[in-house]
Design a protein around this ligand. Structure first.
Ligand code: HXC
Length: 514
């Protein structure tokens, strides 16, 4: 054959394989609002940058009638491309080919691109759309998952790992996304569960739909498995692109620098905090009044909303924010909010992203439910994460900083580099009401008018202890600042922390309270 006919033959072969599971299967997917695996990759990457590998890989299974089956690309597409002109490695499972199920060669393709990502130190994006371990391939499928999980763990903290759930992600398959840094889900499309509705019905006799069991909202709001929730696949891809713009390519680099921008002229920062210290307000307004262009990219927005985590830029550099949300449960720390923030702090620390903490909380959430849910164990995670983090760490206490909450939210004692407090800060062992009841119990009980005495003692306590000046006198906070100074003080603190260099004691690794 001539070169020309060889090339034509190659094109024909490629076209055939690129059809995946064929028109009928693709139509079925489209009816569910799903793009094909190839369309997804092309929609996510910069135009004309996708380079595919292993297109002609085929399965090698022989049992259960597999010998005669052709599975194009073995149900997964792998390759490289760019997002914002920065390289990424990517794989996308193709549900039209044997339900995107994972057999030996399918797994080999995924592990090949994972190895590539780790070797080249670039982000890995995995689009999951699969019925799980390919039943006909038995232990080879399980081995494939094991190889993937091992690589997810090895790559953790070295390169960003992003999972996108765009279809079912069933059985053990869920553990790869769970081991990655960020999980994206899409309404009506994402389904994640260990055991499906069928198994639940036969074992427990309970009827539940896939959506109720492990749909996008379930993971965004209830389980905390998902970090980003979108209404459509295209919205999800925009979110991924935005995330990529905030994070560095690997743990040795810094995130992309953008031209500095002032916050938008919205609500003035000094007008956000209500005069009544018992009144809630939206902490996001404070963050937006601080970050460049008021652009705050929230992570896990719908889960444990009593704490806010996310990325913003200050003078063009990425910063991770951790802030209590007084609008939800008064911003207390509990099991879920501790988990949520601790993991984010560790992410920022692993990827050289400075952390700004904004504090207003009455402490840890009291109650039997919390105690029995392990608030001691989970609550310890945030202490561990802050103590261990060596990136620049700045704290601003704007109102309440009581008890364990004061310590946990990146206090000086956990090695915050800079701690600022607004004059409205109340730094004390506990809130004035509780404190007065305990410390002045006798005087209150013996008073002619106990309630009047109680109010008097609460006031006395507030004046004496619930302010920033005692902590300032001890040097636990560095400066009491005016609200309008907040952005400039943080900016300066981050600037002088640019070359921060500290070393933790030498060890193989710590043992965090997982
Ligand atoms: C082989 C599979 C498959 C699988 C789906 N298919 N899952 N083939 N192994 N695990 C095939 C189907 O046979 C079908 O092939 C095609 O994919 C489409 O599947 P449908 O069932 O028709 O699609 P749908 O109705 O949309 O249902 C999707 C589904 C369902 C909910 C994912 O297929 C399902 O429940 N699959 C099994 C899920 C599961 O239990 N997986 C766990 C496996 S054990 P044809 O040829 O008819 O088109 C596991 C353990 C791993 O994962 C442990 C690692 C630690």
């Amino acid at each position: 054959m001539s070169l020309k006919s060889n090339v034509l033959d190659l094109r024909k072969r490629k076209k055939e394989v690129q059809k995946g599971g064929g028109d009928k299967a693709i139509e079925q997917q489209a009816k569910m609002g799903k793009l094909t695996a190839r369309e997804r990759i092309l929609a996510l990457l910069d135009k004309n940058t996708f380079h595919e590998y292993d297109l002609f890989v085929e399965h090698t299974a022989k049992d259960f009638g597999m010998e005669s089956k052709v599975l194009h690309g073995d149900g997964v597409i792998i390759g490289t491309g760019t997002i914002h002109d920065k390289p990424v490695c990517i794989f996308a499972q193709d549900f039209t080919v044997a339900g995107g199920s994972l057999g030996l060669m399918h797994a080999r393709k995924i592990t090949k691109i994972m190895d590539h990502a780790l070797k080249m130190c670039v982000p890995l994006i995995g689009i999951n759309d699969s019925g799980g371990a390919r039943i006909q391939e038995g232990v080879n499928s399980l081995a494939g998952y094991g190889e993937i999980f091992f690589r997810n763990t090895l790559a953790s903290g070295v390169i960003p790992q992003i999972s996108v759930i765009l279809g079912p992600c069933a059985g053990g398959a869920v553990y790869s996304p769970a081991l990655t840094d960020f999980v994206f889900v899409v309404e009506d499309i994402s389904k994640m569960f260990i055991t499906g509705p069928g198994v639940i019905k036969s074992v427990l006799g309970e009827e539940i739909s896939m959506e109720e069991l492990g749909g996008a909202r379930v993971h965004a709001e209830i389980t905390g498995n998902a970090h980003f929730y979108a209404k459509t696949e295209m919205e999800c891809f925009e979110q991924i692109k935005k995330l990529i713009s905030f994070i560095p390519r690997n743990n040795l680099r810094k995130a992309m620098h953008f031209p500095p921008k002032a916050p938008l002229k919205g609500k003035k920062i000094e007008d956000i905090l209500p005069d009544d210290p018992r009144m809630p307000y939206d902490m996001r307004d404070i963050i937006k009044a601080i970050v460049d262009n008021s652009d705050f990219f929230e992570v896990m927005e719908y889960f444990a909303s009593n704490i806010i985590i996310g990325f913003g830029r200050m003078d063009g550099e990425t910063v991770g924010f951790v802030a209590n949300q007084p609008m939800v449960l008064a911003g207390v720390l509990d099991t879920d909010s501790s988990d949520k923030s601790a993991r984010f702090i560790r992410y920022c620390d692993a990827f050289n992203i400075p952390i700004v903490t904004i504090e207003d909380l009455p402490g840890y959430l009291p109650g039997v439910d919390q105690e029995h849910a392990g608030v001691i164990r989970h609550g310890a995670k945030i202490l561990y994460a802050y103590s261990e983090a060596t990136v620049p760490k700045v704290t601003v206490i704007i109102r309440k900083a009581y008890g364990g909450g004061y310590i946990a939210m990146n206090s000086r004692h956990l090695r915050a580099d800079f701690v600022f407090a607004w004059p409205t800060a109340e730094i004390a062992v506990m809130g004035p009401d509780g404190a007065a009841n305990i410390v002045f119990r006798k005087e209150i009980a013996e008073a002619e008018n106990p309630e009047e005495m109680r109010q008097q003692k609460i006031q006395e306590y507030k004046e004496k202890f619930a302010n920033p000046y005692i902590a300032a006198a001890q040097g636990y906070i560095d400066e009491v600042i005016e609200p309008k100074e907040t952005r400039s003080r943080i900016l300066h603190a981050l600037k002088v922390s640019e070359n921060k260099s500290i070393h933790l004691p030498k060890k193989k690794h710590g043992i965090p309270p997982f």
